[in-house]
Every structure is written in C-alpha cells, then in structure tokens.
Design a protein around this ligand. Structure first.
Ligand SMILES: [Zn+2]
Length: 301
C-alpha cells in the first residue's frame, strides 16, 4: 500500500475560517500514523496531464490568477494563495504517479493532496477545487497506459459534479457517485447518466446513516463496478459524510469507511487508487482516513 504526499500541498492556504484548511493534512497524517504503508513524495504534475481534462485557456487563467500575496478569489468559496498552483500540481503529480505505480505493480495507493478536485469542471473552478484530480488520473490510465476500462467511485458527501462534467462523454470510464441530496452543488440526480450511460448517481437522504449507505452500495454501486470489470478503480475519497462533519449530515462513522475500503477493494480487480477530497472535522478526518487506509493496507499488502 502506497501513500503519496507532499509538503507543498500545505502551501495552498485558504482565508481564515475556511473549512478546507492546511490542518486537514496534519489530521490525515495523524490518521496514517502507525499504519503499514510505503510513503512516496508526490512529484510535480505536468501541465500536459491537466490538459487531458481542462482547456489550455482555463489552465492559463488559473495559473495567471495566482497572487503574489494574499488571495485571489475564483468563485464563492474557491481561493488561490501564492502556493496554490504548486500544491494543485503536486496533487496532479501524485495521482499520476499513483496510477503509474498501481498499473505497473497492482495493489492500492492513497494520495493525500490538497486542494481537492472533484468539483472542478472542465473550465470552471468551484467548491474549493482547481483541477479535476481524479479525472486526470483516469485519463492518464486510459491514454498514457492504454487501459481499456477504468471506473471512478466518489463517496464524498457532495456530488462530484466536476468529475461528471469532465468525463461526461468518456465511454471508457464508469463514474459512480453517492452523495447527500439535497446538498451542494445540487447536481447528481439519477437522471444524469452521461453520454454513454456510464454515469451512475446514487443520492442519499440526510440523516440516513451508514446502514442506508451500505445498502445502496450493495444494491447499485458495487454491482455496477463489478459488471464494468475495470482495469483500474479510482476513488474520490472524501470523508465529509462522517457524523461529526460540519458541512453535511449523512451520519456515517469511521467503521463505514473501513467497510467501503474492503468492499471497493473486492471489485477493484486488484488495482485501486484513492485520492483525498473533503472531510472538515479534523478528529473525524483522522479517524476515517485511518480506518479506510488501514483496511486497504491489510487487504492490498
Ligand atoms: Zn465534500
């Protein structure tokens, strides 16, 4: 089990009071403490990897908006600090290196990067996200490695609208998302199925807890991934469905993330790359990451 991180990801600093804060990575480190994982540095990503999923004009606009001091604001809750572009490129490089390693040798990898990525649409930053990290990983697997079929599962409490937007017309990639609804960003209705019926949206009601989540995965998401027979499974691993999270209310517990790790690993075909998305209560984030990565480390070792 590989874990990719970079100190540069702490160089993305949001304004005071913002929930997506540097301390989240320290909480992730606390959760990983003592686990049997092999640590690797996220390399800096290449701009060509970003361009598989975003137009050149968008990449140039984000890069050009990075301030020399203070903040630049890209949407209501998405900010750039002087270190944000480098941080985002570490997250991109981390997922590409993780995909490379897992495609070559099998097993599981977890990328603990910031900023998160699943709300970034092809040409629009939103929801704390700049580039579609998990989609970039999927496109690297398809286009650089020539894999025929990949799948993405997104269990962040918010819908992965950006991943869905970037991969809407990508028939080689299944995108399956569970998310609280109604909730930000508002998309993720089951009627949104992608250009090739390769998108599966599974909304969950607030307050329904881990039992409802497990039932929905057993009935819909796990069979869809198994039927897809992916050459690689990517996971948008957000931990903000936890009961203690301040941004949502699905009421999951750390044990639910261990269950997800076990069941997703079973349908992964033996190659699984997870990347950090949300999770805003620091203690819950530490416990959830520990449960999730710990379970994967036991199974994928
Ligand atoms: Zn989220």
């Amino acid at each position: 089990m590989l874990v990719f991180t970079s100190e540069d990801c702490s160089g993305h600093v949001n304004p005071p009071g913002h929930p997506e804060r540097v301390e989240r990575l320290r909480a992730v480190e606390a959760g990983l403490a003592g686990l049997a994982v092999e640590r690797r540095e996220c390399p800096l990503g290449e701009e060509a990897e970003v361009l598989r999923c975003h137009p050149a004009g968008y990449l140039a606009a984000v890069k050009g908006a990075v301030p020399e001091a203070g903040w630049a604001q890209l949407d209501g809750d998405t900010f750039l600090s002087p270190g944000s572009f480098r941080a985002a490129m570490r997250a991109v490089g981390g997922i590409c290196a993780a995909v490379d390693a897992v495609v070559a040798g099998g097993g599981a990898a977890f990328v603990a990067g910031r900023p998160p990525g699943h709300h970034a649409e092809a040409a629009r930053a939103m929801g704390f996200c700049l580039f579609g990290t998990v989609a970039i990983g999927a496109m690297r697997a398809l286009d650089a490695h020539g894999l025929a079929r990949v799948a993405i599962v997104d269990f962040d409490v918010h819908h992965g609208n950006g991943t869905q937007d970037v991969l809407w017309d990508e028939g080689r990639c299944l995108f399956a998302s569970s998310h609280q609804m109604p909730l930000y960003p508002g998309s993720g209705d089951p009627s949104e199925v992608g250009a090739h019926c390769q998108v599966l949206n599974v909304p969950l009601r607030g307050g329904t807890g881990g039992a409802a989540m497990r039932a929905a995965y057993e009935r819909l998401i796990l069979p869809a991934v198994a039927d897809w027979r992916p050459d690689l499974l990517l996971v948008s691993a957000g931990f903000d469905a936890h009961a203690a999270d301040p941004l949502a209310g699905l009421e999951w517990e750390a044990a639910d993330y261990a269950w997800l790790a076990a069941r997703l690993w079973e349908v992964s075909g033996g190659r699984m790359v997870s990347t950090l998305e949300g999770g805003y209560d620091l203690d819950a984030l530490a416990a959830s990451v520990g449960a999730y990565v710990g379970e994967l480390a036991r199974r994928a070792a």
